[in-house]
Ligand binder design. Structure first.
Ligand SMILES: Nc1ncnc2c1ncn2[C@@H]1O[C@H](COP(=O)(O)OP(=O)(O)O)[C@@H](O)[C@H]1O
Ligand SMILES: [Mg+2]
Length: 250
């Protein structure tokens, strides 16, 4: 059964970076097979993981919606979608990547979304670990992926405004009845002047923090992947210290 680690948080807080760093950590620890899911249509998890991307699910939906009757001979629509999704999974060394993208065309995607949801559930069981990098507004998540995770990591910066939005996100997940076995707050770019009472006010259990890391800044400036980060980078050390709380199965 796949162990699902979902990341959420306001844009720019570091979700994608942290998702990619978790993939790197799990890969290095050889804890099992890994599927990274880029569920943010405006995101770049693939870039941060150093993957040259091809297809995404949004494009597949567009193609099928544009020509719904053009199925290969002898293939049902459901089987065809399944085949396309399988082909869209990028197989990398030590992990696979699936990008959700977003359909651009008009039309109703209910049927395809239903098939996809079923497929995702099956797919999730094919891997030991699934890391889902979500877009800031979690509402969209529900349509094509499952609404569940073993752990939801809400990423925030150390600012008061940032922590307030972490609180809003967790309230939203409750209102939408997402099923997270546990949810935790992770403060990225920690600053020691952080207001401790704001952490409490989020209502989230505090997981810990990650420091500002100039190596991470360099990676994005140079367009490099997390695998180019030196293994003694402060952010990796901190993440490994928190790691058990994130990826240890109970
Ligand atoms: N701890 C950190 N130290 C330095 N730079 C960081 C850190 N975390 C994130 N960044 C940088 O901040 C920017 C936004 O991070 P990103 O992971 O894309 O955020 P999100 O996915 O939440 O929008 C990126 O350029 C990233 O390299
Ligand atoms: Mg992102």
């Amino acid at each position: 059964m796949g162990y699902i680690i979902a990341l959420a948080g306001k844009g720019g807080t570091g979700k994608t970076t942290i998702a990619a760093l978790i993939v790197r950590a799990l890969k290095e620890k050889k804890l099992g097979s890994i599927l990274a899911i880029d569920a943010d249509p405006n995101s770049n998890l693939g870039d941060v993981l150093g993957v040259k991307q091809a297809d995404n699910i949004g494009a597949i939906i567009d193609n099928i919606s544009a020509a719904p009757e053009q199925l290969p001979a002898g293939m049902t629509k459901e089987r065809f979608i399944q085949h396309q999704v399988q082909a869209a999974i990028q197989e990398e060394e030590g992990f696979d990547l699936l990008s959700m993208g977003k359909p651009e065309g008009p039309g109703c995607y209910c049927y395809v979304n239903n098939v996809l949801r079923g497929l995702m559930i099956k797919l999730i069981n094919d891997y030991d670990y699934i890391i889902v990098d979500n877009e800031a507004g979690l509402e969209h998540l529900s349509r094509r992926t499952c609404r569940c995770a073993d752990i939801l990591v809400v990423v925030s910066d150390a600012t008061s405004v940032g922590l307030k939005s972490a609180k809003k996100i967790i309230e939203l997940t409750k209102a939408l009845k997402f099923e997270f076995k546990k949810s935790r707050l992770l403060v990225n770019r920690f600053n020691e002047n952080i207001q401790k009472e704001r952490i409490k006010e989020t209502g989230l259990e505090y997981l810990g923090s990650l420091p500002v890391d100039s190596g991470v800044e360099q990676l994005s400036l140079l367009g490099k992947s997390v695998f180019d980060l030196k293994s003694d980078a402060p952010i990796l050390k901190s993440l490994n210290l928190l790691g058990e709380q994130i990826w240890k199965r109970n």
